[in-house]
Ligand binder design. Sequence first.
Ligand code: ADP
Length: 492
Amino acid sequence: MATIRSRLTAWYSAALLVSLLAFAASLYLDRRVSSVRELDERLAIEADFSVGYLENSYRVLGKLVHLRDGIPQLDPGVANFFEGTTSREYVVVTDPAGNVLFSSEPAARLGFSSFQRLRAPLVPVPTERSSGTFTFDPSIGPVRYVIVPVREAGPEIGALIVTAGDDVVLFGPGALLRSMLISLPLILGASIWLGYRLAGPSLKPLTTMRREIEAISDGQSLHRRLLVDSSDPQMAGLAASINRMFARLERSFTALHRFTADASHELKTPLMVLRSGVERALTHPGAPPESIEALDQTLEGVNAMTELVDNLLTLARADEGRAPLALTPVDLRELVTDTAETAGMLAETSGITVTFEVPEEPVVVPVDRTRILQLLLNLATNAVKYTPAGGQVGLELTASKTTVEVAVRDTGIGIAPGDLPHVFDRFWRADVARSRSGSPPGTGLGLAITKWIAEAHGGRIEVQSRPGRGTQFTVTLPRETGSAVDGADSVK
Ligand code: ADP
């Protein structure tokens, strides 16, 4: 999840990595340049000292080169001195013809080609002091050198080369790079961890605000507002904007509910007048048969409209919080039995069997009798309506210590899995052609009202269905008033 927290940490880490790399690179480059300078200064001093030593030794000894096994070599005393002072450097002394008179221990250990490269600038004997960099094989690395012609140490001495790698410099670039490669990931890892930890508290107000918004927008609490914390101007501005949006939403919802409630209420009386007029005309002894058929259809339409208006009024009042429940202790076995009988009468003509099962003990629960009866009738009439002839509808009441459950199941046409999440939506109806022919079309509000009734009692309603096999609606209600059933608001 690309949360703000992880995004902030990622950006912060990237910025840190870039600045660390820039810092490390500049430090490394600077160290490389200054270490070459340090090396050159050190080599110059060593070379001058060695030349001085050769010249002084010549003045004292008079002869610095002796033949050993027929090969001219530097005086052993002088050679020993060089050996003692040049433990890590390559030092080579040649005669004017370029023959090697002395090579330090490390130089003698060099491979043939590397040694030849070291010797090359001494043949022919240089006339000027010079310096530069040798690159031997990668295991040795680059090496700085200084070549100095030796003029006052007798005719047998030609020149001298002194070299040193950057490992002789105190904390050279190589050492710096190594320690940076170790410390950089550690610093980066620690900073990412710290950044992630720090991002949490700074985003906490947002998390708290999100929770508050969720609680307000659950559908029941639109009158509540977010806390405006004036100590944090940015969050306070955000909370104030969201509060203004909630206020506008609340006004729109209230107006919408009020309009629906008022319109439904206003429609009730004219519909009643219309209905009694049609009924009077129908029962008029002199009514011609062709008018009776038309009047019958009109009465059916008026009845459907009255049902729709009643349902709309119920939902509008529920939304406004103006549909209080009149809770009284009711034995639910009675309501289930009554519902099964009514459904049985409806089902008679279509050859559907309606059965019911209730416990032997009374199941007394504080409920609004009329509403629960409405809920059960909605489910049972739907079950009959959407079950083909010859099918079965069953009602079952079960009770546990804390809850009661009413299951209404049928062997009807079922509901497609994709439609299941919508069955409780207002005005939602599956393909009308699927309902049993002959049954009057519904309004699509029955299940929305059923769900509201269950939830208003602190309960919940669930549906399971298999197309072509049947459907089961299960209503769970708490046995005590006010103790909500777990997950009561999980069915939307
Ligand atoms: P209606 O008045 O159309 O029955 P409801 O809200 O009661 O409205 O039901 C909504 C829709 O859910 C129905 O149109 C129907 O498609 C589907 N439905 C409800 N109960 C059943 C059932 N027992 N079997 C199959 N479909 C059902």
